[in-house]
Design a protein around this ligand. Structure first.
Ligand code: ATP
Ligand code: MG
Length: 311
């Protein structure tokens, strides 16, 4: 049974069904991903877990305690990283951490020690003395995460912590999540970047319109879409005869073209790759590049909802 059990929670804002009867469990030491497009209900869901708002109905248990009735059963054990950056721009990094540390009841030597440790984890030690206003977007995001780590939470909830930042900071944040998890922290990570949840999460809940429309490991979710994969073959000149010969190969589902690339959809489990290459070499076609694309979560989302994950 999970350390956190979310059961049939609902939150409506007038006619908007922000969260519409969702349930899931998180095990200790797990990284759970909430993946969904804008307005899916991710922030509303984690606001209820973080006890910032109360559900209209349903229950949430943390370590078997009802946190809707007793928010203090989770509050001290939880680190919450909000989607909107919650920092004082006119204070420097250290002062911001001091503020958040005190809000969590830390002070004196312990607070100093934790600021030192956390700054190292998030990689901003050298910039602690600079005003946050002068930080890059990525550094602000990292400090926002640091603020939630000071009191050594058991569970950290991060709401789209990598939106709008440079690739280097993004990589740093993802690696920080993995490092924290390795030391035993349970993580809830929300994102609309499927690469991130694929990279980080043991279990992924795909959300849309306030509902969880699919839940499982990456492999289980990708398995929902019929085991199809795509082979992209870049060649010199595409002609109809060649396309027809590829279409005629058994287990080829579909053949389309995109500029000088032939896109072949095949059944994943079937070994058709060699037969395609045989056809190409028989016709003396010069191959410039071959790329085999495994199905991903983007394709799962498209399959389930008929729309793209990103606008
Ligand atoms: N306080 C509120 N009052 C009214 N409507 C709200 C409120 N908070 C959220 N909503 C609505 O509930 C729905 C879900 O919003 P939520 O912020 O949970 O989505 P999200 O998945 O976090 O989206 P995003 O990726 O854009 O952050 C949206 O339609 C949103 O407009
Ligand atoms: Mg949100």
């Amino acid at each position: 049974m999970g350390i956190l059990q979310v059961r049939e929670i609902k939150k409506y804002f007038k006619q908007i069904k922000a969260v519409d009867n969702i349930s899931f469990d998180i095990n200790k030491g797990e990284i759970l991903g909430l993946l969904g497009p804008n307005g899916a209900g991710k922030s509303t869901t984690i606001s209820m877990i973080s006890t910032l708002i109360k559900p209209d109905s349903g229950t949430i248990l943390y370590q078997d305690k009802d946190i809707i009735k007793k928010p203090q059963a989770i509050q001290k054990k939880l680190g919450y990283v909000p989607q909107e950056i919650a920092l004082y721009p006119n204070l420097n990094g250290r002062e911001n951490l001091e503020f958040w540390g005190r809000a969590y009841g830390l002070n004196g030597k312990l607070l100093k020690q934790r600021i030192k440790e956390v700054s190292e984890i998030i990689g901003i030690t050298e910039r602690l003395g600079s005003k946050v206003d002068n930080y890059s977007g990525g550094m602000k995001r990292r400090l926002n995460i640091g603020a939630a780590l000071l009191h050594k939470p058991e569970l950290i909830i991060m709401d789209e912590p990598t939106v709008g930042i440079d690739p280097q900071s993004r990589k740093h944040i993802l690696d920080t999540v993995l490092a924290l998890n390795k030391e035993g922290m349970t993580v809830i990570y929300t994102s609309h970047y499927m690469e991130e949840v694929e990279y980080l999460c043991n279990t992924i809940c795909i959300m849309d319109n306030g509902k969880i429309i699919a839940k499982g490991t990456k492999e289980e979710l990708v398995g929902l879409i019929n085991d199809e994969k795509q082979i992209h073959i870049k060649i010199d000149t595409i002609n109809e005869t060649l396309l027809q010969s590829i279409k005629d190969i058994e287990d080829v589902n579909d053949v389309t073209t995109h500029e000088d690339t032939i896109v072949v959809k095949v059944q994943k489990s079937k070994q058709v790759f060699k037969r395609i290459i045989d056809v190409l070499s028989q016709t003396s076609t010069e191959i410039h590049a071959v790329d085999i694309k495994e199905p991903n979560l983007e394709a799962v989302f498209l399959h389930l909802t008929g729309k793209a994950l990103r606008d």
